[in-house]
Design a protein around this ligand. Structure first.
Ligand SMILES: [Zn+2]
Length: 331
């Protein structure tokens, strides 16, 4: 089964390793994503996020982002037989016959734009096609729903309902829609989500979030959010993170199980419609007890979702068809 994955943090892991003086090979490494694992998993496309942690890179978030874009381009140059950059609907149409794995550049932390629309346009020119307004820190554009470190200890966490998009954030939403950079609401506060839902004209995505009524984590989407995203033709990427999947009250013992992924998937499609769901692994951003350990395990996920009550046709939509249609229509 082909795979289209909406979110991974592999570029940031490659950057950290490189900056520590021990660069990793992309052919084969100890991360959850490398070329061998993507091939084993039968990937059609991977979205590669430039994930910037403002706690670590607040001094110069744009520099951190540019270093990851450089790594992305070096991967394309080093593996021209294996990877092809995807930027347009025509690129997507040509992808299945191409045989190579599609690579799409995305950003996780809108603060890298330094609130400057010239930088936003430059990042688009470099190939960035989807961006979250925030990660876990407040920035000039918006407020997030959680802060680092709270996921395991604070349960259930409180959603942020009083701080959403800033004035500049609203302007950014409009500019992103104008240039067809997909707006990604994962990590955004509840208020921010509803601000986006109110001011967007085009469908938007939540690249790596699950269902809050199945597991009450604030990184997940409420039924009302899922419903409005479905009505607007949006796309949600199923996150494999144990903290977002497992409702177990002992937060130190949560597991990432395929059976829980199936429960989230069924709920998300039940509320948002069958066209709403894709995969948003969060690989190389998640750790702990994982049934699906890395990109090579995706065939196990396909089998497990069928065992969990999904039809093969639904699994096919989740694995690549919904995301492929969404990006073909909205890029
Ligand atoms: Zn994330």
């Amino acid at each position: 089964m082909k795979v289209w994955d909406l979110h991974c943090d592999t570029l940031s892991e490659l950057r950290y390793a490189e900056n520590d003086g021990c660069p990793l090979s992309f052919q084969k490494n100890g991360l959850q994503i490398d070329l061998e694992k993507l091939k084993k998993g039968d990937y059609l496309l991977q979205c590669f996020a430039c994930y910037v942690n403002l706690g670590r890179d607040r001094q110069n978030p744009l520099k951190a982002c540019m270093e990851m874009i450089d790594i992305f381009y070096r991967l394309l140059e080093e593996y021209p037989q294996d990877l092809v950059q995807i930027k347009t609907p025509a690129d997507i149409k040509a992808l299945p016959a191409d045989g190579r794995i599609g690579a799409m550049l995305t950003i996780e932390e809108g603060g890298v734009c330094l609130d400057d629309d010239r930088i936003l346009r430059d990042l688009y020119r470099l190939g960035v096609r989807m961006m979250t307004l925030t990660w876990n820190f407040e920035n000039g554009l918006a407020s997030p729903n959680s802060v680092p470190g709270d996921a395991a200890t604070v349960w259930p966490c409180e959603a942020v309902i009083d701080k959403g998009l800033t004035k500049r954030g609203r302007e950014f939403v409009e500019m992103m829609e104008d240039i067809h950079m997909i707006l990604d609401v994962s990590h955004l506060s509840d208020k921010g989500f509803w601000d986006v839902a109110e001011c967007t004209r085009r469908p938007f995505a939540a690249s790596h979030s699950d269902a809050r009524s199945v597991c009450g984590h604030v990184r997940n989407l409420t039924d009302e959010m899922i419903r409005i995203m479905g009505e607007k033709g949006g796309l949600i990427g199923l996150n494999y993170c144990a903290s977002f999947l497992d409702p177990c009250m002992d937060r130190n013992r949560v597991k990432s199980r395929v059976s829980d992924m199936a429960r989230h998937a069924l709920h998300l499609m039940n509320i948002g419609g069958e066209d709403i769901l894709g995969l948003g692994s969060d690989f190389d951003g998640i750790e702990g007890d994982l049934e699906i350990k890395n990109a090579a395990d995706l065939p196990l996920l396909a089998e497990g979702l069928v065992q969990g009550g999904l039809t093969p046709r639904q699994v096919e939509k989740i694995f690549y068809k919904n995301a492929m249609r969404f990006f073909e229509e909205n890029l």
